[in-house]
Design a binder for this molecule. Structure first.
Ligand SMILES: Cc1cc2nc3c(=O)[nH]c(=O)nc-3n(C[C@H](O)[C@H](O)[C@H](O)COP(=O)(O)O)c2cc1C
Length: 222
């Protein structure tokens, strides 16, 4: 029973890239945050801190972020991956192509793919955005703990019929986010999660990613 309920959530969750504008009731956002807070963290430090926008505050942020993405320079607090090679490159390409195919971007059409990429800065039309940060002094393990929180956030939201997308693209503009939301200097900005109700008719939501078979990810001993 329990594993099948969990599997249902895991299988139904996907990254949503087109939202309806309807707001999520605050009590449901609080429920998502309380559920996500149940994840383990080293020494139970619970390093996650969440800055959440709703209503007009989301629209003001969206416009400011779009402006920053056009005029500013990316400077993420957490270094972005230096490269994707081998299977990681293959998987990255597969999910990128699946998205482009869904929204009608031809392979090699860099203008159209860049335009799709900028949807990140419109928060894919979501009515809410959560910015996740972790204390710098906790280093990569603080970020690791927050990764668990982010995943649990997406699953708790799914359990309430609320769609999500974690976005490192937003964290590319960490200095801007820090200033805009007055996030203290001693915290690392890790990523955003845009969330709300999915626009299920939008082509960007019409594809799903797959996963490598266990044989590709596990080495058994004994
Ligand atoms: C930490 C993190 C950062 C991500 N950043 C972005 C992003 O900036 N833009 C985007 O479109 N998707 C982003 N994603 C979503 C991934 O592309 C997505 O999780 C992956 O392709 C698997 O698809 P699924 O979430 O639909 O299962 C991010 C996911 C994670 C976990």
């Amino acid at each position: 029973m329990t594993i099948s309920a969990l599997n249902t959530l895991l299988e139904r969750r996907h990254s949503c890239r087109a939202f309806r504008p309807d707001p999520v009731p605050k009590a449901q956002i609080e429920q998502i945050l309380s559920s996500a807070s149940c994840v383990p963290s080293w020494c139970n430090a619970q390093p996650w801190n969440v800055t959440i926008t709703s209503g007009e505050a989301t629209d003001r942020f969206r416009h400011a972020l779009q402006n920053e993405a056009q005029t500013g320079t990316p400077a993420p607090d957490l270094p972005f991956p230096t490269s994707y090679t081998g299977v990681y490159q293959d998987r990255r390409r597969a999910c990128g192509w699946a998205l482009y195919q869904a929204v009608g971007v031809e392979r090699g059409d860099r203008t159209a793919s860049a335009r799709q990429m900028t949807e990140n800065f419109a928060l894919f039309g979501a009515p809410h955005c959560a910015i996740i940060s972790s204390p710098s002094e906790l280093g990569p393990y603080g970020a690791l703990d927050c990764g668990g929180f982010i995943t649990a956030f997406t699953l708790a939201a799914q359990a309430l019929g609320i769609a999500t997308i974690p976005q490192a693209a937003v964290a590319a503009y960490s200095p801007f986010l820090r200033q805009y939301f007055q996030i203290p200097d001693d915290r690392l900005i890790l990523c955003a999660i845009s969330f709300g109700y999915a626009d299920t008719d939008h082509p960007a939501n019409a594809f799903r990613t797959d996963r490598a078979p266990l044989g590709d990810i596990v080495e058994w001993h004994g």
